[in-house]
Design a protein around this ligand. Sequence first.
Ligand SMILES: O=P(O)(O)OC[C@H]1O[C@H](OP(=O)(O)OP(=O)(O)O)[C@H](O)[C@@H]1O
Ligand SMILES: O=c1cc[nH]c(=O)[nH]1
Ligand SMILES: [Mg+2]
Length: 211
Amino acid sequence: MKFSNLTVVEHPLIKHKLTIMRNKETGPKEFRELLKEITQLLTYEATRNLPTINVKIETPIQTTVGEMVEDKKITIVPILRAGLGMMDGILSLVPNASIGFLGIYRDPDSLKPVEYYLKFPPFSENHYVFIVDPMLATGFSIRYAIKKVKEFGVKNIIVMSLLSAPEGIKNIEEDYPDVKIYTASLDEKLNDHAYIIPGLGDAGDRLFRTK
Ligand SMILES: O=P(O)(O)OC[C@H]1O[C@H](OP(=O)(O)OP(=O)(O)O)[C@H](O)[C@@H]1O
Ligand SMILES: O=c1cc[nH]c(=O)[nH]1
Ligand SMILES: [Mg+2]
């Protein structure tokens, strides 16, 4: 399946770490550490097109012009709860980014997102927003997050997920073809309860040992 807005970041280290995460025997400590590590690898690709500004500096030898990312113009939006598992990974590479929190849970019957918390920082002109959530299943949660961020006038929105289902990618692409999605794996499909298969179960429960 080919989606124009999707980049599956293919790398042996990502595949290796993801296999450990999928294993039901893997406990929360290792699961959290691996999610952080994979997020760092995804961030490398997802930030590839960030603009840089020229900065004049003095090396020990002479004056030169270097390039720098304006990380104060970057905001990370983790979708609570499971998105918190990706926050430190991206923040370790973009340390001056601001954080906007969006609390959403997926109603188990309607499968529609229910918002319970929102706290965004001010967005500057030409701001870049990275929405992070390890699971992109039906895509409704991330679609909702994109809508919220767009309401604040942000044009540059990038999504990072660990696992994605084709149904969810299609759902987002229909409404937001301008939003690029970076994922570690495009899984097979959703099951009857809209869980990703083969997947890794409920990411929030595995991160925070709530089941
Ligand atoms: O693509 P969707 O079909 O919308 O499903 C994905 C959402 O479901 C999970 O959240 P959940 O409701 O389990 O909340 P949690 O993160 O607090 O566990 C997951 O973390 C995503 O936010
Ligand atoms: O497979 C899934 C689908 C939604 N949320 C999860 O945590 N896992
Ligand atoms: Mg959950």
